[in-house]
Write a protein that binds this ligand. Structure first.
Ligand code: 13P
Length: 284
């Protein structure tokens, strides 16, 4: 199926209140496995890429690979740039025809973040590309980007003003979730999601999906946090997949068998998340 816009994928998920997994891929194997999981479960899907991976592979190669692989499945899929504080990388992805970008200006002052996010939205929207906005740093460092301790949370009226005045398509508020593995049980601010969505009905983004319980996912998705980001769990599955295959097959040297086994593991984990988020069976 041809690539679908992020706006269309999120509008359907927000309207029907199911979660769409946004999975951070790191190479062709993980991209293909995530798309295969979407096909298996008949789920719309967001293929998400960190700036670090873009720098390694190049925005053009990723976009071309995505167009080819997404064309081989019959479910809606879209390509998104994760946390990007670098305007040059955003401009490159826009020029290469990606579908969506997260401009992460959470390190800037409120006024600078607002002004720069507006500029990014103007550029992206001129090309039909969606923008995810972020005001507060999500706790935890992901692929070199982020804040280990999180930052202050802005008042509701300022968050709403940011959404309205920038025209972002989705918003990633700090709600107590964190990138990486949780050390204890996270304290989630469910009410903040409901308050924002009640005042400004727009899809919210749930960062730090790895390690949250099914009940937390269901509650946040029902309240409107319908883009659900998963990165760490895919990395763990990928690395463990290599380890366990090599340990079980110490004399096997066929790379395609090794890669095939790992790909199967990644697909199974992604498909499981899709069922949990309620996107299974939602592909038109
Ligand atoms: P996890 O690494 O905790 O799954 O979070 C992913 C994420 O939010 C990507 O932006």
């Amino acid at each position: 199926m041809p690539v679908v816009s992020m706006q269309d994928i999120l509008a359907d998920a927000f309207g029907r209140r199911y979660g769409v997994g946004a999975f951070n891929i790191v190479n062709d194997l993980t991209m293909e496995a995530v798309l295969a999981a979407a096909q298996e479960t008949r789920s719309p899907v967001i293929v998400q890429v960190s700036v670090k991976t873009v720098r390694q592979m190049g925005a053009r190669l990723i976009r071309l690979m995505f167009a080819e692989m997404a064309g081989r499945v019959s479910v809606p899929a879209t390509l998104h740039l994760d946390h990007c504080p670098d305007r040059k990388v955003i401009e490159e992805c826009v020029a290469e025809g990606w579908n969506s970008v997260l401009f992460d200006a959470s390190k800037l002052t409120y006024a600078d973040n607002l002004a720069q996010t507006r500029e990014v939205v103007a550029l992206a929207h001129a090309h039909g590309i969606a923008v995810e906005g972020e005001l507060e740093a999500i706790t935890g460092v992901e692929d070199g980007i982020g804040d280990r301790y999180g930052g202050p949370v802005v008042a509701l009226d300022l968050a709403l003003r940011f959404m309205r005045e920038t025209g972002i398509d989705s918003f990633a508020p700090a709600i107590g979730t964190a990138h990486g593995l949780y050390k204890g049980t996270p304290k989630i601010d469910f009410e903040r999601v409901s308050e924002i969505v009640a005042a400004e009905p727009r899809p919210l983004v749930l960062h730090g999906g790895t390690g949250l319980s099914d009940a937390v996912f269901h509650e946040l998705i029902a309240r409107g946090a319908v883009k659900v980001n998963i990165s760490t769990q895919l990395k763990i599955t990928l690395a463990d997949g290599f380890r366990s295959y090599l340990a079980a097959h110490p004399t096997e040297y066929d790379p395609l068998k090794l890669l095939g086994a790992v790909r199967k593991d990644v697909q199974a984990v992604a498909a499981n998340f899709m069922r949990t988020f309620g996107s299974a069976g939602k592909a038109a």
